[in-house]
Design a binder for this molecule. Structure first.
Ligand SMILES: [Zn+2]
Ligand SMILES: [Zn+2]
Length: 549
């Protein structure tokens, strides 16, 4: 009787200590009595349940090494291994599998470990389980709930995207109430998930009814949040379209955002020129409004579509077009004859546009299957080699090499990733870094040429004018003043960008992977690295090798 009471006391102590992460105290308690490992507390949880629930790897390892069983079910039939899957902690899952975790166990609702991993929202844990070959993505629980239903209910678009890829799950599958994953997502107001399901299956699933005769739109209309109202408008629009239609991202919206800065900027400049002396006032009012509209844009076109917003690319194109037009129609006629300036600016313009075109069309260095390290073909390989399972890209489903990063806007893994340039709507990486730097340098030269020409142009206009006429001149030349100011600000920013870029290149790395430490090659060596990069476009590995020589 006394012994049993003692065990209950140490049992409650171990639960508290495991939850608080007191590893020394837990170790001490285990030395006193290992029977506490089988002790069940609130909800029928064992100490290992709590360690798995908190994702505490050292604690889970200590308990497992002391003989804890990863297959003991709690009151609802959930095992510590199920909790590890739900938590998405791959190392704990791996350790439990080494200690005999049974992958066949289902909880009282009939949910497998794969259901728990999906419910927890971890694509890596889901993929790791799938690699064992013991699970099927179409497995349903006692209520016919599939992994896709679970992912739809949580609104985790990464998991939904993973489950829909390569036909892993069927969007038409129904649960015991006749509800599809779209019913579940619509009821919870999950716009992006609904969009993914409709893009995958087509609009016909929008007309499927559950056992109470309700469509996903009917369920959405019952919600009263802003998300439900927004989703309701989208689904109502789709419900009037043909059932066999598969919706796509809107290209009309894409081109509208691309052209918006050029068209609106041109409209303001033309109206300002037509107003003569009052042009400056109009520009001073409209341009900040235009800048506010552009700067308040999101990186994507909408909250659910995947297309990146090209408004900054449109802004850069607008800058080049308007400044070139100003140079050609205002500056050059005032300076004429100026053959040297004309020839130089013409050649430079062609180089700038050529580099702009090249950097927009050059692949930044997308990671392909052939580029991956054949040493690692699964998440299990990564764990056993002591590498981070995060190296598995959940979007490309490839194991990343060193200095590789997935860009969510470009939707690809980029080797030697530097940054995603919003003004080019393109990533900068291994294969376009040199072109990017040359383009930035040509932009610096173009901005300097424009600013110097503008200063000379204005000085010509000012000569012979009284100070009292300066105000009316500013009104007439509002477009020149405005474009000059924009060029001065952007020159400061581009100059800073170039310095940052050259600093990273000189260290044989990129701005994203640069590490700030005092050790590094000498200034002379760094300069040589920059020149070699610009002339030959050598990659980082080759730089690193040159450092080690
Ligand atoms: Zn990727
Ligand atoms: Zn990108």
């Amino acid at each position: 009787m006394y012994g049993r009471r003692m065990q209950q006391v140490s049992g409650s102590c171990i639960f508290e200590s495991v939850q608080l992460g007191e590893i020394d105290r837990v170790s001490h308690l285990l030395q006193q009595d290992r029977g506490v490992l089988k002790q069940k507390g609130w909800g029928g949880f064992t100490a290992l349940h709590f360690a798995a629930l908190h994702g505490n790897r050292p604690m889970a390892e200590l308990l497992l090494n002391s003989g804890a069983d990863p297959n003991i079910p709690c009151d609802s039939g959930i095992t510590p291994f199920h909790f590890a899957c739900r938590n998405g902690h791959i190392f704990i899952m791996h350790k439990m599998m080494q200690h005999g975790a049974d992958l066949h166990i289902v909880d009282k609702q009939g949910k497998t470990s794969l259901h728990h991993a999906v419910g927890g929202g971890s694509v890596i844990a889901t993929q790791y389980l799938w690699e064992t070959g013991m699970f099927c993505f179409t497995d349903a629980d006692n209520y016919k709930v599939t992994p896709l239903h679970l992912a739809a209910s949580t609104g985790n678009s990464d998991v939904v995207r993973y489950l829909l890829r390569a036909n892993r799950c069927t969007p038409e599958a129904v649960d015991h109430q006749g509800a599809t994953a779209l019913h579940v997502a619509a009821e919870n107001g999950m716009i992006e998930v609904c969009w993914l399901l409709l893009k995958s299956a087509g609009l016909h699933i929008l007309h499927m009814k559950n056992h109470t005769g309700l469509t996903p739109l009917d369920l959405c209309n019952k919600g009263n949040t802003f998300r439900h109202q927004q989703l309701s408008r989208i689904l109502t629009d789709f419900s009037h379209r043909p059932k066999d239609l598969i919706p796509k991202d809107s290209n009309v919206m894409y081109f509208w955002m691309l052209l918006l800065p050029s068209l609106s900027g041109a409209a303001v400049l033309i109206i300002a020129a037509a107003l003569g002396e009052y042009g400056a006032i109009l520009s001073a009012v409209l341009f900040p409004c235009l800048a506010k509209v552009i700067l308040s844009q999101y990186h994507r076109l909408s909250s659910f579509q995947r297309l990146p917003n090209p408004v900054y690319l449109g802004t850069l194109a607008a800058g080049i077009i308007h400044c070139s037009a100003c140079f050609l129609y205002k500056f050059l006629p005032s300076f004429w004859p100026a053959y040297a300036l004309f020839n130089f600016s013409l050649v430079h313009f062609c180089v700038l546009v050529g580099l702009f075109w090249k950097v927009l069309n050059q692949n930044p260095g997308q990671l392909k299957e052939a580029d991956t390290d054949s040493q690692f073909s699964s998440i299990r390989d990564l764990i056993e080699a002591g590498k981070s399972p995060e190296r598995f890209c959940i979007h490309c489903e490839l194991i990343q090499v060193d200095n590789c990063k997935h860009c969510r806007l470009c939707d690809m893994c980029i080797q030697e990733y530097d940054h995603h340039c919003l003004f080019l709507n393109q990533c900068v990486g291994r294969d376009n870094h040199r072109i990017f730097i040359l383009f930035v340098m040509s932009m610096v030269m173009a901005q300097l040429l424009f600013i110097l020409s503008a200063v000379y142009y204005l000085s010509l206009k000012l000569s012979g004018l009284e100070m009292s006429d300066w105000g009316s001149l500013a009104g007439r030349e509002a477009s020149v003043l405005l474009l000059t100011l924009l060029n001065i600000f952007s020159l400061m920013w581009v100059g800073w960008l170039l310095v940052e870029q050259l600093d990273a290149i000189s260290m044989g790395t990129t701005t994203y992977f640069r590490q700030y430490d005092n050790k590094g090659p000498s200034k002379r060596q760094r300069l040589r690295t920059i020149l070699t990069f610009l002339l030959e476009g050598r990659t980082r590995q080759e730089h690193s090798q040159s450092f080690s020589i």
